[in-house]
Design a protein around this ligand. Structure first.
Ligand SMILES: Nc1ncnc2c1ncn2[C@@H]1O[C@H](COP(=O)(O)OP(=O)(O)OP(=O)(O)O)[C@@H](O)[C@H]1O
Ligand SMILES: [Mg+2]
Length: 133
């Protein structure tokens, strides 16, 4: 659907190493993907986007990478708008690390959310977590 309406093709990679996720964490990750795709459709002028979910060492890693124009350096220095700040906050609620960066000059944007696997597992065991809308 999104691919058809935006004209951007999507490659989705989910590693078998990813453990079962709590609803709250799955929703937070979904919201990050959703906002990233919104931004890509609005600003990137990309041809393709790669969405990857992986578990590496002690981290659950979500990456959304496009091959568009690349996010402006001044936005990276001081994000003011809700999209990037909101994604950062969702990640922080799981003690995660969030970053947005240019892949290379004129070669796209990479959004990365990394959640400690221990936190992801604990959230699943408790069946609860931070309340997220
Ligand atoms: N994938 C991208 N490629 C190029 N520029 C981007 C990309 N994602 C974000 N940007 C730039 O970063 C700015 C900030 O993004 P952010 O999502 O925080 O705000 P917004 O989309 O402008 O507004 P909001 O999300 O609050 O509706 C955007 O206005 C845009 O200039
Ligand atoms: Mg936005």
């Amino acid at each position: 659907m999104w691919s058809a309406s935006s004209g951007v093709s999507v490659r989705l990679e989910c590693s078998p190493a990813v453990p079962p996720l709590s609803q709250d964490l799955a929703l937070a990750l979904f919201r990050i993907v959703q906002e990233s795709l919104n931004n890509i459709a609005k600003y990137a002028g990309a041809r393709t986007v790669r969405i990857a979910l992986d578990a590496e060492a002690d981290w659950l890693c979500l990456t959304i990478e496009d091959d568009g124009v690349g996010i402006a350096p001044e936005v990276l220095e001081k994000p003011r708008s809700h999209g990037i700040i909101g994604m950062n906050q969702r990640c922080a609620q799981f003690n995660g690390e969030f970053s947005v960066e240019r892949v290379a000059a004129g070669a796209g944007t990479r959004v990365s959310a990394r959640i400690p696997l221990a936190v992801a597992r604990a959230a699943k065991e408790q069946g609860t977590g931070p309340g997220l809308a």
